[in-house]
Design a protein around this ligand. Structure first.
Ligand code: HBI
Ligand code: FE
Length: 296
C-alpha cells in the first residue's frame, strides 16, 4: 500500500478518524485462513524452547491456533478479561501519534490483511500475522501490558521534543526484537522475531549478532535496520526491568541529552556494553572490540 495515498487502496474504505476499520472477518478467504495456519504451525514447531513462557502462555490463552485468522470480536473477549487490551483493525501503518494514542488506551492496531503465499518468509509492512501472532500474546502478561501502555503515553509526550526516532529505537529493540533472560535460559519476546521463522533461530543461535544487556539510553542512541536480521539484540533481565526503566525515567532531560541523530550504528560494541557470550546468560565487557561510534 502506498502510505502517501492510502485512501486509494480499497482496504481503507470506511477508515475512521482514528484509522481503525471494521475487521470484516467473514470476508477473509479460505486461502488467507490457510496462510495463517501454515505460518502458525511453522512457528509453533520452533518457538517452544526459544520464545519466553509469557508468549507461549499468551498464544494458548487466546487460542491463536484455533484455525485461521482470529476473529477480533472473539479474541478481544479473552484479551480484555486478562489485561484490558483489545486489538483494533487498521488498513496499514498509522501515523506515530495515532499509534501512540491507541497504545496509551490499551488498543493494539493490527494490519487487517495477510501476506501472500510467496511472502511467507518476509513482508515489509506488518500484516495480521506479524501484529496478532507476533505482538498480541505478550499483551496477556500484566507487566508487559503495562509497559506497552506506558510506551504509548511516552510517545504522546515525545512529540514535542522531536525525538521520535529515539523512541522508535526503544520500540524496535524491545517490543519488536527484544530478548529476555529467564531461569530456563535466554528467550525471545520481540514480535519481529517470533513472527519470523529464520530470525527465531538466528536471534539466539547465530554467531554474528551482539547480545547486549538492556540499557535505556544506549538503546535510544542506537540506529537499527529494518530490512535484515538484527546485528544487535538487547537483553532484559525481566519485564519489570523494562517497565521500570520506562516509568522511572524522566524523559524530558533525556530527550535534551540525546542528539537529533543516532550516535551508534546497529553493529556498535562499546567499552561499557555488557555483551553476552552466545548461548549463555554470562556477559563480559566489549574489551578491545572495535568501536563503531558514528562521528557525532
Ligand atoms: N502503525 N499499524 C501500525 N503498527 C505499527 O507497529 C506502527 C505504526 N505506526 C508507527 C510505528 N509502528 C512505529 O513508528 C513505532 O516505532 C512507534
Ligand atoms: Fe510490529
Amino acid at each position: 500500500m502506498d502510505p502517501m495515498n492510502i485512501y486509494a487502496d480499497p482496504r481503507t474504505e470506511n477508515v475512521r478518524a482514528d484509522f481503525t476499520i471494521d475487521q470484516n472477518w467473514e470476508a477473509f478467504t479460505d486461502e488467507e485462513h490457510g496462510t495463517w495456519d501454515i505460518l502458525y504451525k511453522r512457528q509453533m514447531q520452533c518457538l517452544p524452547g526459544r520464545a519466553c513462557d509469557e508468549f507461549l502462555v499468551g498464544c494458548k490463552a487466546l487460542d491463536l491456533g484455533g484455525g485461521g485468522i482470529p476473529d477480533f470480536a472473539k479474541l478481544n473477549v479473552e484479551l480484555k478479561k486478562l489485561t484490558g487490551w483489545t486489538v483494533v483493525a487498521v488498513p496499514c501503518l498509522v501515523p506515530d501519534n495515532v499509534f501512540f494514542e491507541h497504545l496509551a488506551n490499551r488498543r493494539f492496531p493490527a494490519g487487517n490483511f495477510i501476506r501472500k503465499r510467496d511472502q511467507l518468509d518476509y513482508i515489509q509492512e506488518p500484516d495480521v500475522f506479524h501484529d496478532v501472532f507476533g505482538h498480541v500474546p505478550m499483551l496477556t502478561d500484566r507487566v508487559f501490558a503495562d509497559y506497552m501502555e506506558a510506551y504509548g503515553k511516552g510517545g504522546l509526550r515525545a512529540g514535542g521534543f522531536d525525538r521520535l526516532k529515539a523512541l522508535a529505537s526503544l520500540y524496535w529493540y524491545t517490543v519488536e526484537f527484544g530478548l529476555i533472560n529467564t531461569p530456563k535460559g535466554m528467550r525471545i519476546y520481540g514480535a519481529g522475531i517470533v513472527s519470523s521463522h529464520q530470525e527465531s533461530i538466528y536471534s539466539l543461535e547465530a554467531r554474528s549478532p551482539n547480545r547486549i544487556h538492556f540499557d535505556l539510553e544506549r538503546v535510544m542512541r542506537t540506529d537499527y535496520r529494518i530490512d535484515d536480521f538484527q546485528q544487535t539484540y538487547f537483553v532484559n533481565a525481566s519485564f519489570k526491568e523494562l517497565f521500570r526503566a520506562t516509568v522511572d525515567t524522566d524523559f524530558a532531560p533525556l530527550y535534551e541529552r540525546l542528539n537529533p541523530c543516532f550516535d551508534f550504528t546497529p553493529t556498535a560494541a562499546l567499552e561499557t556494553d555488557r555483551i553476552y557470550t552466545r548461548g549463555t546468560q554470562e556477559y563480559g565487557r566489549a574489551g578491545g572490540r572495535k568501536m563503531d561510534i558514528k562521528p557525532v
